[in-house]
Design a protein around this ligand. Structure first.
Ligand SMILES: *Cc1c(COP(=O)(O)O)cnc(C)c1O
Length: 464
């Protein structure tokens, strides 16, 4: 991390912050300035050594899971907020940061075309989805929640926690919810909520939201959009392929939306967001806490959130990031998303033109967002899975970090009747989440290391 601007920026901003409390009589906190700096330094050395035991998530050669570094301004703003450590449960606990949360969330809602809504930050996408399904369950008690087999695994678990019946629905060869299978469920008459994933975790598949909304007209159900990963792609929907573009452009018609600023929004972990189109669902959150609401008459975020204490620093970091990089379709932030997507298309192209024909991309088309998955060609799916494992390890030895994912074999065999084509057989595939803007410039290097690793494994295999 050369030339990190954060320490310098932080020092000057911290002085400005401290000045605003300068009229207070000096007081050294018991644990703080009185502590022994040398002892702290030794502990921090240990911490640094411990933290070295990590994949280099911040580097463009880390192209595996959904991990990217927070923007420097987010890191700096978060660290600055630590001087105060505000709690956005109530205005008493975080006056400034509550207002920043309200402003930042309003900007996110604006991405989806909403001006009148109810929303707030959460500690994660899981908590945000929990709130969405909790409200959905209150609105249609006894009804089922359905989501695709590729929806995030937590929807099933959340439904169990909320004691809502849950069913998963098959997907098509592209990992999108199958409309036929969905309609079969809707015919049964007891579906209260359909979870529509815009950007699945495994492969970035985009469920056909526009067509599901048309079904809502006929069957009547609640539509919850899980855009924890993909939500921000609404900013560049015009650059997506037709089905994904139609899906994203219909997002304003959803009943609730989840998006994770800590995934694609350049934030430190601990930052999800839930939005409801109908602000009146706020009534479900009503509670009387005797502790918190004494000194302000304004709405507390704690009155519209299931969680009590929440990091005000998350709101501060998000607000700062959106000040620097506004959520505008033509802005730098949106361009960053577009760069990751173009890296994914480049990789897909290389996989397809790969002369050795070692790799097999998804049969049914190009990546919908910025996640690429591919299978290794082999006589059996078992051999293919083993080769994927070995290539994954060989890449890591070359400092290229990819991920592995289990996918249905039939996604790679569109002609029905092939081995496992209709079955539930899974194959281990290689997966790359190209979510950093720098991935575009590094794609050549990434490809070289992948190709070399693959050749090495194939050569070893010939020798065995
Ligand atoms: C990551 C993810 C989640 C879960 O969000 P967390 O912030 O990890 O709790 C839910 N849905 C989708 C589609 C995701 O990609």
């Amino acid at each position: 991390m050369p030339n990190d601007p954060v320490p310098e920026l932080l020092m000057r901003a911290a002085e400005l912050l401290e000045k605003q409390f300068a009229t207070l009589p000096p007081a050294s906190p018991a644990f703080g300035s009185a502590a022994d700096p040398a002892a702290m330094e030794r502990v921090l050395e240990d911490v640094a050594l411990r933290l070295g035991d990590n994949y280099p998530y911040f580097h463009p050669l880390y192209a595996g899971q959904m991990l990217k570094p927070p923007h420097p301004v987010a890191r700096a703003a978060y660290a600055l907020a630590m001087k105060i450590n505000p709690n956005n449960h109530a205005r008493d606990g975080g006056r400034a940061s509550s207002v920043m949360e309200i402003e930042a969330v309003r900007e996110i809602a604006g991405v989806f075309g909403w001006t009148k809504f109810l929303g707030h930050l959460t500690s994660s996408g899981t908590m945000a989805n929990l709130e969405a399904l909790w409200v959905a369950g209150q609105l249609s008690p006894g009804k089922r929640v359905v989501a695709s087999e590729q929806a995030h695994y937590t929807h099933q678990r959340i439904s169990a926690v909320l004691k809502l019946n849950f069913s998963s629905v098959a997907t098509d060869l592209r990992g999108r919810i199958s409309l036929d299978a969905l309609e079969d469920e809707l015919h049964k008459g007891d579906v209260g909520t359909v979870v529509v994933t815009l950007g699945t975790t495994a492969i970035g598949a985009v469920d056909p939201l526009d067509e599901i909304l048309a079904m809502r007209e006929r069957y009547g159900f609640r539509v919850h959009v899980d855009g924890a990963y993909g939500g921000y792609f609404r900013l560049i929907s015009e650059a997506l392929d037709e089905p994904a573009k139609q899906a994203f452009n219909a997002i304003d018609q959803a009943d609730s939306i989840v998006v994770d600023p800590h995934k694609h929004g350049l934030q430190p972990y601990g930052c999800g967001c839930i939005l409801f189109r109908d602000p009146s669902v706020g009534r479900f959150y009503k509670h009387d806490s005797p502790y918190t609401y004494f000194t302000s008459k304004q709405l507390h975020l704690g009155e519209i959130s299931l969680e009590c204490s929440r990091a005000g620093a998350s709101a501060v970091a998000l607000w700062a990031t959106q000040q620097l990089l506004p959520l505008a379709p033509e802005g730098e932030f949106a361009q960053g998303l577009a760069l990751g997507r173009s890296a994914a298309l480049m990789l897909d192209h290389k996989l397809k033109e790969n002369k050795t024909e070692r790799f097999q991309p998804l049969a049914a088309g190009a990546p919908e967002l910025d996640i690429v998955v591919w299978k290794v060609r082999a006589a059996t799916s078992d051999q293919s899975s083993k080769l994927a494992q070995r290539i994954f390890t060989a890449c890591a030895e070359r400092d290229l970090h990819l991920a592995l994912v289990q996918l249905p074999l039939r996604w790679f065999q569109p002609a029905a009747g092939g081995n496992g084509a209709n079955g539930r057989e899974l194959v281990t595939c290689l997966r790359s989440v190209l979510m950093k803007p720098e991935h575009e410039a590094w794609l050549g290097e990434i490809w070289q290391r992948l190709a070399a690793s693959c050749e090495e494994i194939m050569a070893k295999q010939r020798k065995d």
